[in-house]
Design a protein around this ligand. Structure first.
Ligand SMILES: [Zn+2]
Length: 665
C-alpha cells in the first residue's frame, strides 16, 4: 500500500463523519476476492476508493446528505476483472478485410479475397492483409484450389496477399507475396530452391506441396522475410482514430485492468492519449516486447544491452504514472502446436516437443476435410531409408507407397529463439528488476521457460518474489508441473481453449501421439499423454502455481469474453462437446473468479492497488445479471455485465435490451 493510500484509509477510518462516502452499494451477494473478508453485504466508496466493506447497517451509518445509495438486492457484485494476457489494440473492429474466424473452404476464401481487392480498390502490387483467418477449421482444398497459395492467387493475382491466422502465429501467402521474400536486403523469393538455400533456417515454418514448392502456409518469424507489411497484425494508426473504443470494449465485459501482452513502444501513445483524455478507464500494464531476432547487433546477435536499457527506461518512465505500468517484458519461447493435415505432405507442428513428432498419413473425405485412419509412416523402415538416400520423384513414390517421401523425415519443432538466447534474455531482464511474461505452448518450450526462470532467480535472489508468468501452457510434462508449483509461478491460461473439437484436435493430437483414428474416442484416450497433460490447470494449481486468466483476444475472437473463458475453466467443454482431460483439471467458479481478480492483480504486481473489494483499493467493480457462483456451469457463458465501475465512477451500463439489466435504483 502506498503511503498516500494508507494515509487516506487511516483518515477515513479515523474520521468517517468528515468524509462521507460518495457512494454506498448494498447487495446480499458481494464477492470481494479479499481473503480477510470473502463476502460482504455493503461497501462504500470515497474519492474513487473503497472506504468501507462490511454489513449494510455499518455502511448506511456513514452516509451523508450527498451520498448516493445503490440498492442491488440479490444481484452479484464482483471486483473489476483483470485480463492478465490480452492484446487490447486488436480487440476493436476496424474497416478491414476480415474472415471473422469463420471456417471457410479454399474456394470461399478465394472469393472473399477477390471481394476485398475490389472493395479497397487496391492497385496492382499493393498488399492485402486479411484478418482473423481460422487456420485449423475449414480450408478444404478442391481441384481449382488445391493449396492455400493457389486459392490466394485466384483471389488476387496481382497483389501480394497475406491471411493472418487468428492466433497471431500462422500465415498464408500467395505467389506475389512469396516472390518478395528477402534476406540481408536482397530479394530472392520463397521457392523450393531458396528453401534449400537462403531460407533453409525457416524450413520448419513453411508448408510445401508435393513438389516441395511453398504451398502458401508461412508461420512465425518466416513471415518477416516478406517485409514489414507481412507482420502488420495490429494497425496502431487505425486504432488511434478512436482509441476510446478499446477501453469501452474492455469495460463492457467487466474488465478494469489488463496486461497488454506484447506492447511495442510505438503503441504506447495509444494509452498515453487515452489517459490524457481521461478515457483510460482500466489499470494498464504493458508487457514490453522486444524481439531478440530484430533488436540485434551488426553481427546479427541479439543486442541484450539495448533491450535491457529500453525496458528499464520505459519502466521508469511509467513508474509513477497514475494508471500505467511497464514493469514486465514479454518473450516468446515458442509458437503454436498445430500442424496442417490438409497439406501434402502434412506440415508438422513447429513448436518444440520433448519427443519427435510422428508422421500421420491423412486422407480426405468427400468434402475435402482431413481424415485419419491410424496409419503412420515408419521413418526406420527400409522404404524410408531408401527414400532418404535416393530423393525419389514424389509422385512416383506416392503412387507406390501411399505417402509423400518427405514424411520419412521427422522433427521435434523448435524454440522461437536458440535456448542460450532465451536463457540470457531472461537472466538479463530479471537482473534488471523486470518481471518476465513468457509465451510457452508445447512441453519443451514450457520446460525451457522454467529452466530460464529458475536460473535467473538463482542468480538474482532479490527477485525471487516477483510474479514471473508463463502464458498458455497447452502441453506440460508432469515433471514440469511439479517444478512450476515449487517455483510458485503465475500462469496466464486462456480457458476457452480447453475443449475438444475433432477438426482442431486432428491438427495436433496425431502428431503428438499414436492414435487409431479420427473420432473422439481415438483422439482422446483417457490415459494418453496429450489427454492427461493438455492445459493441466487443476494439476498446476494443486502443485502450487497461481492461476490467472488471459483472454488473448483478438486470438480466435476479438471479444475478451471473460464469462465464456470462465465457463471453459469450469467445464473444459463447449456447446455439449465431451470435456477435455480428466475432471481433476477443472476449476471451480470461485477459483476462476479469483484468477480473474486478485490473482490477476498479483500477477501484475499491483494487488495493493486493485483486484479485490477492500478498504483503500481502487473502487473497481462489476454488477452482473446472473450469479456466476450459482448458475449451472455450462451457462456461465450467458452471464452479462450490467454495469462496470472504475475508480468509483460508472464507465459502462448495459442497454435496456440486455436481459434483466438495467434495474430499478
Ligand atoms: Zn498473446
Amino acid at each position: 500500500m502506498s503511503p498516500l493510500i494508507r494515509l487516506l484509509a487511516f483518515a477515513m477510518l479515523a474520521t468517517p463523519a468528515v468524509a462521507a462516502p460518495d457512494l454506498i452499494v448494498l447487495s446480499n451477494n458481494i464477492t470481494t476476492s479479499d481473503d480477510a473478508q470473502p463476502s460482504a453485504q455493503a461497501f462504500a466508496v470515497t474519492g474513487g476508493r473503497f472506504s468501507y466493506v462490511g454489513d449494510e447497517a455499518g455502511a448506511l451509518r456513514l452516509a451523508g446528505p450527498r451520498t448516493k445509495v445503490l440498492r442491488l438486492g440479490t444481484r452479484r457484485v464482483l471486483p473489476g476483472l483483470v485480463d492478465a494476457h490480452i492484446h487490447p489494440l486488436g480487440i476493436v473492429d476496424l474497416d478491414q478485410c476480415d474472415l471473422g474466424s469463420k471456417p471457410q473452404t479454399l474456394t470461399e476464401i478465394a472469393g472473399i479475397v477477390r471481394g476485398c481487392v475490389a472493395r479497397y480498390k487496391l492497385k496492382p502490387g499493393e498488399w492485402l492483409n486479411v484478418q482473423q483467418w481460422n487456420y485449423t477449421n475449414g480450408n478444404q482444398p478442391d481441384d481449382d484450389n488445391p493449396t492455400l497459395r493457389a486459392a490466394l492467387v485466384r483471389g488476387a493475382p496481382a497483389n501480394p496477399v497475406q491471411l493472418l491466422g487468428n492466433d497471431g502465429h500462422h500465415g498464408a501467402f500467395n505467389s506475389a507475396a512469396l516472390k518478395l521474400a528477402a534476406a540481408n536486403g536482397q530479394t530472392f523469393g520463397l521457392s523450393r530452391a531458396t528453401l534449400a538455400g537462403q531460407f533453409a533456417r525457416y524450413r520448419e515454418l513453411i508448408g510445401v506441396d508435393a513438389q516441395g514448392e511453398p504451398s502458401g502456409g508461412v508461420n512465425e518469424s518466416a513471415r518477416a522475410t516478406m517485409g514489414k507489411s507481412a507482420l502488420a497484425i495490429i494497425d496502431v494508426a487505425a486504432v488511434m482514430k478512436a482509441p476510446e473504443r478499446v477501453t469501452q470494449r474492455l469495460n463492457s465485459v467487466g474488465i478494469t485492468a489488463f496486461l497488454d501482452a506484447a506492447a511495442e513502444p510505438d503503441s504506447f501513445a495509444v494509452y498515453d492519449t487515452l489517459e490524457a483524455r481521461g478515457q483510460l478507464t482500466a489499470h494498464t500494464s504493458l508487457a514490453q516486447f522486444y524481439d531478440p531476432d530484430v533488436v540485434a547487433r551488426a553481427d546479427g546477435t541479439p543486442d541484450f544491452d539495448r533491450m535491457v536499457a529500453d525496458s528499464v527506461r520505459w519502466r521508469d518512465h511509467y513508474a509513477h504514472d497514475p494508471l500505467i505500468r511497464a514493469d514486465t517484458v514479454k518473450l516468446f519461447a515458442d509458437g503454436v502446436m498445430e500442424g496442417n493435415p490438409l497439406a501434402v505432405p502434412p506440415t508438422l507442428p513447429n513448436s518444440p516437443s520433448l519427443t519427435a513428432y510422428l508422421q500421420p498419413v491423412f486422407g480426405r473425405d468427400a468434402h475435402g476435410r482431413a481424415t485419419f485412419a491410424g496409419r503412420y509412416v515408419d521413418p526406420a523402415s527400409p522404404v524410408c531409408a531408401a527414400a532418404r538416400q535416393a530423393a525419389p520423384d514424389p509422385a512416383v513414390f506416392m503412387r507406390a507407397n501411399g505417402f509423400h517421401p518427405a514424411q520419412c523425415l521427422t522433427g521435434s519443432g523448435r524454440l522461437q529463439h536458440p535456448r542460450p538466447v532465451i536463457m540470457e534474455f531472461v537472466r538479463r531482464m530479471h537482473a534488471a528488476g523486470l518481471t518476465l511474461h513468457i509465451h510457452a505452448i508445447n512441453d519443451a518450450a514450457v520446460r525451457t521457460a522454467v529452466d530460464a526462470l529458475e536460473a535467473a532467480r538463482a542468480g538474482d535472489p532479490t527477485g525471487a518474489g516477483r510474479p514471473d508468468t508463463i502464458a498458455h501452457l497447452q502441453l506440460v510434462h508432469p515433471d514440469d508441473i511439479a517444478r512450476i508449483g515449487r517455483d510458485h509461478l503465475f500462469l496466464a491460461m486462456t480457458y476457452s481453449w480447453t475443449y475438444t473439437d475433432p477438426e482442431y484436435d486432428l491438427s495436433v493430437v496425431p502428431f503428438v501421439q499414436r492414435v487409431k483414428g479420427d473420432g473422439y474416442a481415438a483422439l482422446h484416450a483417457a490415459d494418453s499423454y496429450y489427454e492427461r497433460h493438455a492445459y493441466p490447470a487443476g494439476s498446476l494449481k494443486a502443485a502450487g502455481a497461481t492461476l490467472v486468466a488471459g483472454s488473448d483476444a483478438p486470438v480466435f475472437t476479438r471479444d475478451p469474453q471473460p464469462f465464456v473463458n470462465m465457463m471453459g475453466a469450469v467445464t473444459r467443454a463447449t456447446g455439449g462437446t465431451p470435456a477435455l482431460g480428466p475432471a481433476s483439471e477443472r476449476l471451480t467458479a470461485t477459483d476462476v473468479i479469483r484468477a480473474y481478480t486478485i490473482d490477476g492483480a498479483r500477477s501484475l504486481g499491483r494487488e495493493t492497488d486493485f483486484g479485490s473489494i477492500a478498504v483503500g483499493k481502487s473502487a473497481d467493480f462489476v454488477i452482473v445479471d446472473t450469479d456466476p457462483l450459482s448458475v449451472a456451469p455450462n451457462r456461465l457463458d450467458k452471464v452479462r455485465v450490467c454495469e462496470t465501475w472504475f475508480q468509483g465512477r460508472s464507465v459502462y451500463r448495459a442497454e435496456s435490451s440486455v436481459s434483466t439489466c438495467p434495474f430499478a435504483r
